[in-house]
Design a protein around this ligand. Structure first.
Ligand code: JHZ
Length: 412
């Protein structure tokens, strides 16, 4: 079965789920195609709100094997993200001092985070199911100086029981993977299996408050099954006996939560109650807060379409930068194609030569900016806008402008 319907809340099992956003049917956001004639499957994209615990979640779960057996996204392409990983490793090393520390990174992708922990003295290990990333070594483009140990698997309680080599981890990290998981109880049971009694589990997820307040609707796609507030996470983690003792907000990916949990080894810090208070003050546990989001989404989409139609009518050349998953989603939801955006530059070698599914826009390497000399660059990875703009100064020096689509369409 390619997907299943969600009828009960993933966290509290309540059947009282209400839809507040319907983005229609879209292709898988990382399902890049090799040719414009490839068949593309589209899946419904609808968000439900749970009356009881306030978790926002998609109405369906697409089979993870379809989405992750091969994965073109590479964390290491962005220097901003690598800096974020470096700061995280230093911060955690400073906070939790352990002799000969051991960490594991769940869904380690191309090893961006593991490498930073290794640099500050941790023994590292990854768990990653995408074959193109985890084999024969983790680390992207050859040659890799020091291959990192990676287990080829989807993280689960069964996997942690099977691979006893992972037992006794002082730090377990899961960045940008928790929202992708359907069975969160099983995921956390695996964490309890490998975590030491004093160990710390650190999760990073995009924060729903940022998504709503900055109109980041393009980050709603089939991989992201849940859109988190602290409250539902707290209910889940308490139930799984891994209470959250600290929470931080970070700007990465448009605004993320970093959550710290343990087997009751750390006193709960003020940051947890403070954020719950913040969520209450912003009415994030009330359905009415979500009811107008759909209108805001339509406004952003319409503004973008009108702008690109006008530029097309004026004969302007528009290119994209960053063939991100969210960009694919935005283009499909806005029904834009190669008549609006000639091509999209992406520095990920695996993505080059492929096409955005559903709108057939080609993905090309950086040299095309110089060959094509666009009038406008649409920043499809707006979360890395500063980095993308810094890399294209040659274009801006000759008068090229940037279109930033989120939180509202802006030309700079
Ligand atoms: P980026 C990813 O989504 C993947 P995406 C995932 N689904 C997730 O959960 C979220 O992040 C949080 C390119 N680029 O990171 C690389 C350059 O070419 O915004 C990427 O293809 N040059 C797991 O895909 C894309 O842009 C550069 O200099 O929406 C960025 O994708 C930089 C900085 C990026 O996330």
């Amino acid at each position: 079965m390619a997907f299943k319907q969600v009828t009960r809340c993933r966290i509290c099992n309540s059947p009282h789920l209400h839809s507040y956003l319907n983005l229609g049917e879209t292709p898988l956001a990382n399902g890049l195609v090799s040719s414009t004639t490839d068949e593309v499957t589209k899946y419904p994209l609808k968000v439900l709100f749970c009356d009881f615990c306030s978790l926002s979640q998609l109405s369906i779960v697409v089979d993870p094997k379809i989405m992750y057996s091969e994965y073109h996204y590479r964390s290491s392409v962005s220097q901003t993200f690598k800096n974020h990983c470096r700061d995280m490793a230093l911060h955690l090393k400073e906070m939790f001092k352990v002799d000969f520390p051991k960490m594991v990174d769940i869904a380690s992708n191309d090893g961006a985070l593991m490498r930073e922990f290794q640099k500050v003295g941790y023994a590292v290990m990854g768990v990653e199911p995408a074959r193109n990333l985890n084999w024969p070594y983790c680390g992207g483009e050859p040659p890799v100086e020091r291959p990192l140990p990676v287990i080829d698997a989807f993280w689960s309680h069964d996997v942690t029981k099977l691979y006893t080599v992972g037992l006794g981890r002082d730090i377990i990290t899961a960045t940008n993977v928790f929202a992708h998981v359907d069975d969160l109880g099983d995921f956390l049971a695996g964490v309890r299996e490998w975590l030491t009694d004093k160990g710390v589990f650190v999760v990073e997820v995009p924060y729903l408050y940022d998504l709503l307040s900055k109109h980041q609707f393009d980050t709603i796609y089939h991989e992201h099954l849940s859109y988190f507030l602290l409250k539902p996470l707290q209910i889940l983690f308490d139930y799984c006996q891994l209470p959250i003792f600290r929470v931080e907000r970070h700007p990465i990916h448009g605004g993320s939560l970093r959550i710290f949990a343990s087997k009751n080894a750390h006193p709960v810090e003020k940051s947890v109650d403070d954020l719950i208070e913040f969520e209450i003050a912003n009415n994030l546990y009330d359905f009415f807060t979500y009811e107008h989001f759909s209108n805001e989404v339509t406004q952003v989409r319409d503004d973008l379409v009108i702008l690109l139609e006008n530029l097309k009518a004026q004969g302007k050349k528009v290119m994209g930068y960053g063939a991100s998953a969210k960009g694919c989603n935005l283009l499909n939801f806005s029904r834009l194609d190669s008549s609006h955006i000639k091509m999209i530059v992406d520095d990920t070698p695996d993505k080059q030569g492929k096409f955005i599914p559903g709108c057939n826009i080609p993905i090309v390497d950086f040299s095309h900016f110089n060959k094509e000399q666009p009038d406008y660059i649409l920043l499809l990875a707006w979360n890395f806008a500063a980095e993308l703009i810094a890399k294209t100064t040659l274009q801006s020096d000759r008068g090229c402008k940037y279109i930033v689509p989120i939180p509202k369409v802006d030309v700079i």
